[in-house]
Design a binder for this molecule. Structure first.
Ligand code: NAD
Length: 488
């Protein structure tokens, strides 16, 4: 395959948002014999049929990516950047259509969270494409020079979940592509549509085989992780699936980046400006209807203001409307899929059965057509309750009183997860000391979660392996190569 920059420069046809969906394999949109239904979570009606990829499709996609790799990796980073910027421009030109599709397939409100997701992802593309991993001279003298260079890994398999189905497509593929790898993306079967429309644009911009997308069941992910022709798996999803991926990738010693589950604490220290924190903690916990890995999933509040805080949080929560994502008055959307809805129903039932204090929500109205789950606050459940120990991934959060900061640090760390945390306190030095002792990859002090462009993001313990973003994230898509050059 010859790669010419001119290919990336030809006029790009907008994606047709009414057309049937096809896979992207070797630069072609491929229609499949069979499809699977994708549902609108606001009413559980079929939104579209997505192509059901088979083993053969996945193997063809991997083969195409393997074949495209030598020419793509031989381009200069500047040449690859130019093509990625074309891709960004094509996405930007249809931003509004993507925001609508995202809201329809994921459920998040179009006017706030869907727009936020697309507006976070798009500008990040050209910034990331500009990043370079320079050659590092480790030692130089009259006799020799030692350089640390980096080489791409080959085919990167990207496997993503359903909570940020637009953003994850780009976060997983752009860093792999700019560092010279080719990609095969497998979206979640619950939310494949944005990825497939992105594929229509990618098909026109990238040389054939550089960017491939195969949708279908979980088994496609396994084919990708087991393939000897794939050099790396970059995965975002649950810890349970991450464990399977790590073990099936072991057979061929693949590089793996795993961004997994979390059970993040929010700790309001005794000197926290708790009134100011109320809306921020609410968003940290309930944003995207609680369906994000770094959502605050356990809120620890100092007993001196715990009661007042719970009251204020409940009052604030009552101002937030759960509804159809296409309704501009909705603040929060439905839960994305029936599987997650059923998991939440079980957790709600456990909370009810145990008689925990629920000052807001607590009852799911199952007569509604969509996967609507009410914002639910559980006051002071025991530390060993399911609602404290498990990752709900939905709009139900415990608020727990504590007396002693040492004790709350211990409780915050008493989990297999270690993704993120928020710490709230007026004394910044003290808050920082607490942050230092939290076993997690990310801590935000006196603010909700953010994703600065160049900050590495990843989890500790069973929340993940390796990082995304920043130089460290880019480097994770490459091998180290030490070169020693004798000068005389
Ligand atoms: P999931 O693990 O069920 O699925 C994620 C992806 O893995 C899907 O595309 C699925 O088809 C695929 N998959 C399933 N089984 C597979 C297998 N055996 N081999 C290969 N691929 C397989 O996760 P989900 O329910 O889609 O997402 C929710 C989870 O994702 C939560 O635990 C959440 O915390 C986590 N998450 C983590 C981050 C992060 O950055 N750490 C971000 C978002 C979501």
């Amino acid at each position: 395959m010859g790669v010419s920059i001119a290919e990336g420069k030809s006029a790009i046809k907008p994606a047709d948002f009414n057309a049937p969906y096809g896979l992207l394999i070797d630069g072609e949109i491929v229609m499949t014999d069979e499809g699977f239904d994708v549902f609108n979570p606001a009413n559980n009606k079929v939104l579209a049929s997505a192509p059901l990829g088979t083993r053969d499709h996945m193997e063809r996609a991997i083969g195409a990516a393997k074949q495209a790799f030598p020419a793509w990796s031989a381009l200069s980073a500047d040449q690859r950047e130019e093509i990625i910027v074309d891709f960004f421009n094509a996405l930007e030109a249809q931003k509004e259509e993507f925001i609508t599709l995202l809201s329809l397939e994921q459920g998040k409100p179009r006017h706030n969270q869907a727009a936020f997701e697309v507006n976070l992802a798009n500008p990040w593309i050209p910034k990331t494409a500009k990043s370079r991993l320079d050659i590092k001279v480790l030692e130089e003298n009259d006799d020799h020079r030692i350089e640390l260079r980096r080489s791409p890994l080959g085919v990167v398999g990207a496997i993503i979940p359903w909570n940020y189905p637009y953003l994850h497509v780009l976060w997983k593929t752009v860093p792999a592509l700019i560092t010279g790898n080719t990609v095969v993306l497998k979206p979640s079967p619950y939310t494949p549509l944005c990825a497939l429309r992105i594929g229509e644009l990618a098909a026109q911009v990238f040389p054939p085989g550089v960017f491939n997308i195969v949708t279908g069941g979980n088994e496609l992910g396994q084919i990708l992780t087991e393939s000897p022709d794939v050099g790396m798996i970059t995965f975002t999803g649950s810890t349970a699936t991450g464990t399977k991926i790590m073990s099936s990738a072991a057979g061929t010693i693949k590089r793996v980046t795993l961004e997994l589950g979390g059970n993040d604490p929010a700790i309001l220290l005794p000197d926290a400006d708790w009134q100011d924190a109320v809306p921020k903690v609410f968003n940290a916990a309930f944003g995207n209807s609680g369906q994000w890995c770094i959502a605050a999933k356990r809120i620890y509040v100092h007993r001196s203001f715990h009661e007042d805080f719970v009251k204020a949080l409940v009052e604030y929560a009552k101002t937030q409307k759960v509804g159809d994502g296409m309704d501009p008055t909705s603040d929060l959307g439905p839960v994305n899929n029936r599987m997650q809805y059923d998991k939440l129903r079980d957790l709600f039932e456990d909370t009810r059965r145990n008689g925990y204090d629920v000052p807001l929500g607590g009852v799911i109205d199952e007569t509604q057509d969509g996967n609507f789950v009410p914002v639910t606050i559980v006051n002071n459940p025991p530390e060993d309750s399911r609602i404290v120990q498990e990752e709900p991934f939905g709009p139900i959060v415990p608020v727990i009183a504590y007396d002693d900061v040492e004790d709350v640090i211990e409780r915050a760390n008493a989990t297999v997860f270690g993704l993120g945390a928020t710490v709230w306190g007026r004394d910044q030095e003290r808050a920082l000391k607490v942050a230092d002792r939290i076993e997690s990859g990310n801590v935000w002090i006196n603010q909700g979660q953010s994703h600065p462009d160049h900050a590495p993001f990843g989890g500790h313990k069973q929340s993940g392996l390796s990082v995304e973003h920043g130089d460290e994230g880019l480097a994770s898509h490459t091998n180290n190569k030490t070169v020693v050059i004798r000068k005389r």
